[in-house]
Ligand binder design. Structure first.
Ligand SMILES: [Zn+2]
Length: 71
């Protein structure tokens, strides 16, 4: 089965705890792994830091951002 080329992977910031999470553009919501808050997309408040067509690139960016924040 072919995957949709329109699908994107993003790094978003939880509006509740500012934790970083990896999301897929086909999903309508995302549960924050840190605080359990369900983040619904389409909210202006949801901050997306990065988008990529490659899940590998997006997860690499997520790991780098987490590392930068832990410093
Ligand atoms: Zn959170």
């Amino acid at each position: 089965m072919l995957k949709s080329p329109k699908k994107r992977y993003g790094v978003i910031e939880c509006p509740n705890c500012r934790g970083l999470g990896l999301v897929c553009s086909s999903a309508k919501s995302h549960r924050c792994p840190y605080c359990g808050r369900v983040i619904k997309f389409g909210w202006g408040r949801v901050k997306s830091l990065y988008w990529s067509y490659s899940p590998r690139v997006a997860s690499r960016v997520l790991a780098r951002l987490k590392l930068e924040r832990s410093k």
